[in-house]
Design a protein around this ligand. Structure first.
Ligand code: SF4
Length: 202
């Protein structure tokens, strides 16, 4: 099973297929694998030592980043995620660590989690998707209900005190209008985080 895989000049880490959302646009609906990996559907969730073993297979001087992402929400396995990140910080401190997340870690783990990322993660990339909580609920179908959007914003605003780069992402035109992008920019500005508008990929 694919625990780590290459995307451009980064190594991506796939530790779970669990996710509390069912986003209408989720890549997982498009097929078994992305970015040249055969399948990101895991036979089972890898143990920490398997994740570490997989991380150790890479010739790290050739890569610019490690990204916890995969076919699921990495904070579903927060302990494993943080332990693997700590391993990278100890053994490959020159490699920046990013977590791509839906930002629902607090709801998933039933506690405030932003502080746990301190000194382990360099960048949190959080899917904002929209400026509208109702639209978010319809688009992402989070199992935690309509309060998920505000919980995600709260997580982002707290994370900025512990993680050097907190970035929220939306997809650009034609998925979002310039007006919506501006409203998302204002939300990020209020939260004290950065907005990144990703190019639309058909
Ligand atoms: S949060 Fe990510 S992994 Fe989960 S359903 Fe949405 S796009 Fe897919």
């Amino acid at each position: 099973m694919t625990i780590t895989y290459q995307v451009k000049n980064a190594v991506y880490v796939n530790i779970t297929n669990k996710c509390p959302c069912a986003c209408k646009f989720c890549l997982r609906q498009n097929g078994p694998g992305v970015y040249g990996s055969d399948s990101l559907w895991l036979e089972r969730e890898p143990a920490l030592d398997e994740v570490v073993e997989s991380l150790e297979k890479w010739n790290w001087p050739l890569y610019k980043e490690v990204v916890f992402c995969g076919y699921g929400e990495p904070t579903e396995r927060l302990d494993t995620l943080l332990a693997a990140a700590a391993f990278m910080k100890e053994h490959h401190p020159e490699i920046p660590i990013r977590v791509n997340t839906n930002g629902l870690s607090d709801l998933i783990n039933g506690k405030s989690t932003a502080a746990l990322f301190a000194k382990k993660v360099d960048t949190l990339s959080i899917s904002l998707n929209t400026d509208d909580a109702d639209e978010y609920f319809v688009m992402c179908r989070p199992k935690f209900g309509r309060d998920s959007y505000s919980a995600m914003l709260k997580f982002a605003s707290e994370a900025k005190y512990y993680v050097p780069n907190v970035v929220m992402t939306i997809v650009g035109e034609p998925v979002t209008t310039p007006e919506k992008q501006q409203r998302c920019r204002e939300i990020c500005s209020r939260l004290g985080v950065t907005l990144r508008i990703r190019p639309y990929e058909a």
